[in-house]
Design a protein around this ligand. Structure first.
Ligand SMILES: [Zn+2]
Length: 251
């Protein structure tokens, strides 16, 4: 690290749990963020400011006026631009020393195998079950840790699925497919602006802890935040030995 980097990251380096070693691990890491909306905005900005060396950001959408109430990587001046480009500009303005790559399409299983394979950690900031399950499959196959977040109305949730660990459940163990879960979207249901900030920032917290590495990972826990009722709940989650996705991998 040069003098500038030592200053930029000095408040991390002061933390004995991170230090120069941890900051160098963060600089050498590659984070994949799927979704540059409400959750992806704070997650991407904090990973950029914290110095994650390579960040790949995927999103098919363009910035719309209705996004600006909560998607803080974008602004009035970037309405009409691809979200990945709008976010990339903000990330480069915060930290020009990192490499931000963009994928402007809805990523499917074909894309994800390569993208996840190149990443040290994956942040699921997407807004639909098909993408969530496709990301989970790719993360289980590549044994890449997955930091999953979701937010709708006043309710948020966060979980880490770390397939490198024998005992860690995957997303599919907890949220099965084909259970006729009605897909509810922000466009229909609404979402409280700072809720996505809380959950997206927590995704950055867990991702940086995995990369440094430091502390205890949230793997094996599901955090549920009820903003309206001012309640946090932590639920233990377990691997399903019969899981169709991770069962075959772990045997
Ligand atoms: Zn599983």
């Amino acid at each position: 690290m040069d003098d500038n980097q030592l200053l930029r990251y000095s408040r991390h380096i002061l933390l004995p749990e991170i230090g120069i070693d941890g900051q160098e691990h963060i600089a050498a890491a590659h984070a994949l963020i799927v979704g540059a909306g409400g959750l992806g905005s704070p997650a991407a900005l904090f990973l950029a400011s914290a110095g994650v060396g390579t960040i790949t950001l995927c999103d098919a959408d363009v910035v719309d006026l209705t996004n600006l109430q909560r998607q803080i990587a974008h602004d009035t001046g970037t309405i009409g631009l691809p979200k990945v480009e709008s976010a990339q500009r903000r990330m480069a303005a915060i930290n020009p020393g990192i490499d931000v790559r963009t994928v402007q399409r809805r990523v499917g299983p074909e894309d994800l195998a390569g993208l996840v394979g190149a990443a040290s950690v994956v942040l699921d900031c997407s807004d639909n079950f098909a993408t969530r399950h496709a990301i989970n499959r790719a993360c289980v196959a590549a044994k890449t840790p997955l930091v999953s977040g979701a937010a709708l109305r006043f309710d948020g949730q966060l979980a880490v699925f770390d397939s490198r660990r024998e005992d860690s459940p995957c997303y599919h163990c907890v949220f099965g497919e084909g259970e006729e879960i009605e897909e509810t979207r922000c466009a229909v249901m609404g979402v409280f602006a700072p809720l996505v900030g809380v959950i997206g920032a927590m995704q950055a917290v867990e991702a940086l802890k995995l990369l440094a590495p430091c502390g205890e990972s949230a793997a094996g826990k599901l955090f549920l935040y009820d903003a309206l009722g001012a309640e946090w709940r932590t639920v233990r989650i377990r691997r399903d030995p019969a899981c169709a996705v991770c069962g075959a991998v772990h045997g």
